[in-house]
Design a protein around this ligand. Sequence first.
Ligand SMILES: [Zn+2]
Ligand SMILES: [Zn+2]
Length: 148
Amino acid sequence: MELSCSVCSELYVPTVHVVITPCGHMFHNDCILPWLERSRTCPDCRTECSASGLTKVHFNVTAHLERNNAMLMEKLDNITLKLGEALTKIEQTTDTCKEKQDMLSDTLQTVLVEMRTQNTGIRDLEHKMDECTMGLGDFMTSMFDAKE
Ligand SMILES: [Zn+2]
Ligand SMILES: [Zn+2]
């Protein structure tokens, strides 16, 4: 789930000062204050609203993100393990799947790099994970095909 401020359209991040109006709408503190100076109504539903009626929102997402990260790391470990097993098998057989093997290694490298830099969102990372898992599946399938 992604929450965004309807004044500036930016997503909320845990460190930013977010407030909630008496009508239950959420905005950046820095976005709603100038707005209320001009209009005194909620930007979302036009209910009358003043700066004194705002309540600060305390997000509890850090722990959730950490859990997510731990989960992703576990997934990555599994993929790395499976990849290792697959590569060992490949070495024992022929190199007909060399191309796919390289492709898969590249994808895994990308995931690892992004894990380290943490520059992309968790969702991108999960997407890449899925790609990697799918690639591994295809790879295993083609390995069986090659054997037949
Ligand atoms: Zn905003
Ligand atoms: Zn409202």
